[in-house]
Structures are given as C-alpha cells and as structure tokens.
Write a protein that binds this ligand. Structure first.
Ligand SMILES: [Fe+2]
Ligand SMILES: [Fe+2]
Length: 164
C-alpha cells in the first residue's frame, strides 16, 4: 500500500474511533447525571470516571489524526440512549464497550497489516482500557441483578454518608 493511502485509511479509522469515544463520553455523563440525581453515589462516580477516561481517549485519537496530518471530524457515532434504570444503564454501557472492543480489534489488525505500527499500538492500548470498562460494567450489572433493591439501597446509603 502506498504510504499516503496507508495513513489515509488510518485517519479514517481513527476518526471512526473518535466518534465512538465521543459517544461513550456523552453517554456516561448522561448516566452520571441520572445516578447523581437519584443519589446512587458510587455508580454516579464510576460513570463520571469512565466518561473522563473516554474523553482522554478522544484526545489521544485526535492527536494521532493531527500527527498524521488528517482532519479531526469530531462527530458522534450515535446519539445518547436515555435509559434511566441502573441495570439497563449498566447493560447498555457494557454493550457499548463490547462493540468498541470488537471494532478496535479489527482496526488494530488492519492498521498493523498496513504497516502503521503507531496506530496499531494505539488501538491495542485502547482495547486494554475498554476491556477494563467492560469488565467493570458487567460486574456491576450482575450485582444489580443479583441484589436488586439492596444494591440500590447501598448506593443511597453511601450517598448519605458523604452528605455535606
Ligand atoms: Fe474509550
Ligand atoms: Fe470505554
């Protein structure tokens, strides 16, 4: 593959990844707002932390696009899903991560095959972090299912403990 072509494809894939990161950041901030409003403090905090992680990923991807002399598109892959029930939020967040991991695995392979080791490695690093998110969302989703009302009660109690 010609050198310009190879980076053209990388830029395209990096922009697709950036759109997914932007979507995840907005989605998790939405979940953060809802959980915060309901007093589900630990969940609210985790969603905020994850949103900030995704924003950092957006930054990394945008920097790489600019380094490759591409244009940063800064769009969303899709709109925010307005589910407000904790178990559904966690399940949706888990699904977002699974889809992203799948895409990054494909794109890591493709950019590696094209000989763009820098982008290849960036996708590999991101996969590790998204797997961490996915694992955490899955665990919380399972706990929310297993403990039901008790799970939510503990969240609210934690909120009270930190009341000012
Ligand atoms: Fe991410
Ligand atoms: Fe993530």
């Amino acid at each position: 593959m010609a050198i310009e072509k190879k980076y053209e494809r990388s830029i395209e894939l990096l922009n697709k990844a950036l759109a997914e990161e932007n979507t995840a950041a907005l989605q998790y901030m939405f979940f953060h707002f809802i959980c915060e409003d309901k007093g589900y403090r630990p969940l609210a905090q985790y969603f905020k932390k994850a949103a900030i992680d995704e924003m950092r990923h957006s930054e990394m991807l945008a920097e790489r696009i600019l380094f490759l002399e591409g244009a940063v598109k800064m769009v969303l892959a899709k709109g925010v899903n307005h589910v407000t029930e904790p178990k559904e939020m966690l399940d949706y967040a888990r699904q977002l991560e699974v889809a992203t991991i799948e895409d990054y695995n494909m794109w890591s392979k493709e950019t590696g095959d094209n000989g763009d080791a820098g982008t290849h490695r960036m996708f590999q690093n991101l996969i590790e972090q998204e797997e961490g998110h996915m694992d955490h969302f899955r665990l919380e989703m399972e706990n929310a299912g297993e403990f039901g009302a008790e799970y939510l009660a503990l969240q609210v109690v934690d909120n009270l403990k930190h009341a000012e």
